[in-house]
Design a binder for this molecule. Structure first.
Ligand code: NAD
Ligand code: USQ
Length: 402
């Protein structure tokens, strides 16, 4: 069923292919973005490996290609509350997909200014959306789909699979003689200022759902890899961004691109960190599924783990090494994180709605490698190292706690 879908952050890495996919599915799509991500590239002196076009050109190309129109409003949702509220009141979306946050952990740790910016932007963005939905009476007619992160759970080895959002617990009375079983949000354990903002988003959702009955799905997404979807690769003007720099580049895309430009693969520490992953084509499909299945009025916040597989970082590096011959460099880890962890994740929710997961395959890696090779002349090798440190190099750094 076609819906009016507002995409906050629709010019970004996940937002752009999602906007195209939903438009191709017949939804009426309206993008809101303040284009801050493009300004962050300027601030960092780096560009997407792929030559992304100005948003106006992207939208024109999509119209020419598909005959479908995507509307656009330039707006800072963290600071232009009145404009956001008026847009919701006038356009009355049936679904809002919220991507519009500062999403890089290293960027959030670069300096006090970057910490303050990330907290200010992300918390105000999320709260403004929720507050405006209530002010204009979108409690039951609209469904908010938020892009959260697997990082809210922390990356501690656990005997059990990480649940989808909620954990059954037994609360003990202070004297220990009585207990009661209940369910709570899984205890948050952020690993960066960025991840911390996502754990706080969860509390906003909990409150607005409880108090105002807002219908919300929070998608705890793993690390996205890949770059193209069927819609972005049908015209070069629609190409998606490919971040490779030390702040915004994510690990698997970085390894593929490093191999393409002849740079050693930058494994942090021992590479024993295990993380959750999802291909960009599954990201857009998951959002389509979430929109098609809103929580019922009165239902609590629905949480799905939007991830299809887990991998240890050094295994990914070995895989890319075997495929390409690129050497592996075990570099000093600029982050404060556990060197080694196991990770088991419950992820049936989206599959029950119809997701058929795409998992890591040589074919898909070859596709990403092909994109990286095509644009390798655009790479600035000096931007590859991850220089943002979780603690100043001089500070004594206590080990990560179990
Ligand atoms: P991105 O930085 O490429 O896109 C975010 C978009 O939001 C950008 O276009 C930016 O200009 C816009 N934006 C940011 N603040 C805004 C504001 N105040 N007002 C209006 N627009 C604003 O990020 P992405 O990789 O597309 O990630 C999107 C979402 O998905 C993020 O919330 C992120 O936390 C989440 N996520 C991403 C990944 C990943 O691997 N990329 C993994 C898990 C979760
Ligand atoms: N890493 C390397 N080498 C590199 C880059 C990263 O070994 O060159 C390691 C990091 O130390 C870390 C792991 O790879 O242990 C993942 O790093 P990443 O930069 O790929 O991902 P992360 O910082 O966790 O953030 C990304 C997105 C973020 C999203 C998150 C999902 O930028 O928006 O929320 O993935 S998750 O990791 O599940 O929290």
């Amino acid at each position: 069923m076609s819906k009016r879908v507002l995409i906050l952050g629709g010019d970004g890495f996940c937002g752009w292919p999602t906007s195209l996919h939903l438009s191709a599915q017949g939804h009426e799509v309206h993008i809101v973005d303040n284009l801050v991500r493009r300004r962050q590239d300027e601030e960092l002196g780096v560009q997407s490996l792929t030559p992304i076009r100005p948003l106006s050109e992207r939208l024109k190309a999509w119209q020419e290609h598909s005959g479908r129109e995507i509307a656009f409003t330039a707006l800072d949702i963290a600071h232009d509350y009145g404009q956001l509220r008026d847009l919701l009141a006038q356009w009355r979306p049936e679904a809002i997909v919220h991507f519009a946050e500062q999403r890089s952990a290293p960027y959030s740790m670069k300096s006090p200014r970057h910490k303050l910016y990330t907290v200010d932007n992300n918390l105000n963005a999320t709260h403004n959306v929720l507050c405006a939905m209530v002010e204009v009476g979108l409690e039951t007619d609209c469904h908010l789909v938020h892009l959260g992160t697997m990082g809210v759970y922390g990356y501690k080895t656990s005997r059990f699979k990480l649940p989808e959002g909620y954990q059954k617990i037994r609360l003990l009375s202070p004297d220990g003689n009585d207990s009661v079983e209940t369910e709570i949000l899984y205890p948050p354990d952020p690993g960066s200022i960025y991840h911390m903002t996502k754990t706080q988003d969860q509390l906003f959702f909990y409150y607005y759902n409880k108090n105002d009955g807002l219908r919300i799905t929070d998608l705890h997404q793993g690390i996205v890899w890949g770059t193209e979807t069927p819609e972005t690769c049908c015209d070069e003007r629609l190409i998606n961004r490919f971040d490779y720099d030390g702040d915004f580049g994510t690990v698997l895309n970085r390894f593929v691109m490093q191999a393409a430009v002849g740079h050693p693969l930058t494994v942090h520490g021992t590479g024993g960190q295990t993380r959750a992953f999802i291909h960009i084509r599954d990201t857009v499909r998951c959002i389509e599924l979430a929109i098609a299945h809103p929580p019922a009025p009165g239902e609590r916040v629905r949480v799905f783990n939007q991830t299809t597989e887990t991998h240890r970082i050094r295994d990914l590096a070995r895989l890319i090494h075997e495929l390409t011959g690129a050497p592996i460099d075990f570099v000093d880890n600029p982050r404060k994180e556990q060197d080694e962890n196991e990770l088991k994740v419950e992820n049936q929710g989206l599959q029950n709605l119809g997701l058929a997961p795409i998992t890591l395959s040589a074919g898909l890696l070859a596709e990403v490698s092909e994109v990286a090779a095509r644009y390798r002349h655009r790479c600035d090798l000096t931007k590859i190292p991850a220089r943002s440190r979780w603690r100043p190099q001089t500070a004594s750094c206590p080990p990560e706690r179990d």
